[in-house]
Design a protein around this ligand. Structure first.
Ligand code: FE2
Ligand code: FE2
Length: 259
């Protein structure tokens, strides 16, 4: 099977952030749509942070609604994870359901003979605190049961990383590395280790990395719009993932923009 994968678009019309080059969000998605037309992909995956929040609920919801509609026009099935910035825009599970089509943070689906696990963080409504980095206890139980029932090779999709990677050199996380990965990552990995996991993909860190931890292969996809070299040009990175039997091939690509 063939997957087109991208991450951290941070759509935010009117933003003046010089690091997240949000003005490129729509042109880059347009280019991805053109790239998708040239080949046949079975799945398109966004690893989260489709929007950049302004802390203005109405404005943020307008942007969420717009960009979620915008990515619906990929030809293949489109899977969009909720990133921390997406969740900050959404105050309740009902809003998640309405705008994102997911009533659960974590869920799974089968595609082309593979079992995809989307492991999300969640909006906890009990104390009205919007949490963006925590997998819930319920979701951990769900993960164990889901994988126990599954016979297919597994692909794991998360926004946060699932291990405490060295963040030296990271623009966003060098001074605060704990913000780069999911809490309870060790409990998640303890479950995954007992199953036939072919690959784990995450975004959030705004750089591209390949790692192996405890036999699990991790691939971090950089941000589409990140001004990663500080030269005013977006990283424009995406993954083309080919999976045949148990073999996963990932080609790291960058979109060339005019001008
Ligand atoms: Fe991000
Ligand atoms: Fe993020």
């Amino acid at each position: 099977m063939k997957i087109l994968m991208y991450s951290d678009v941070h759509y935010a019309p009117g933003s003046r952030d010089s690091r997240k080059l949000t003005a490129y969000a729509l042109p880059l998605i347009d280019r991805l749509k053109e790239i998708e037309k040239e080949k046949t992909y079975d799945l398109v995956v966004n690893l989260g942070d489709l929007v950049e929040d302004f802390g203005d609920h109405e404005r943020d919801l307008k942007n969420v609604r717009f960009i979620y509609d915008y990515v619906k026009t990929f030809k293949a099935k489109h899977v969009s994870l909720l990133g921390n910035h997406d969740i900050k825009c959404l105050f309740t599970r009902q809003e998640m359901l309405e705008y994102c089509g997911n009533d659960k943070a974590s869920y799974s689906f089968d595609c082309c003979g593979y079992h995809f696990v989307v492991l999300g963080t969640f909006i906890y409504e009990g104390d009205k605190v919007v949490r963006t980095q925590y997998v819930s206890d319920d979701d951990l139980v769900w993960l164990k049961n889901d994988l126990a029932d599954n016979k297919l090779p597994v692909i794991v999709l998360t926004h946060y990383g699932l291990f405490p990677e060295d963040m030296t050199g990271s623009y966003w996380f060098a001074s605060n590395p704990i913000k780069a990965y999911m809490m309870k990552y060790d409990e998640v990995r303890d479950v995954l280790k007992n199953h036939h996991v072919l690959a784990c993909f995450n975004g959030h860190q705004h750089w591209t990395r390949v790692n192996e931890v405890e036999g699990l292969p991790f691939y971090t996809c950089g941000s589409l719009t990140e001004n990663i070299n500080g030269d005013g040009k977006p990283d424009a990175v995406y993954f083309e993932v080919d999976i045949n039997d148990d073999k996963v091939d990932i080609v790291i690509k960058n979109i060339r923009m005019e001008g």
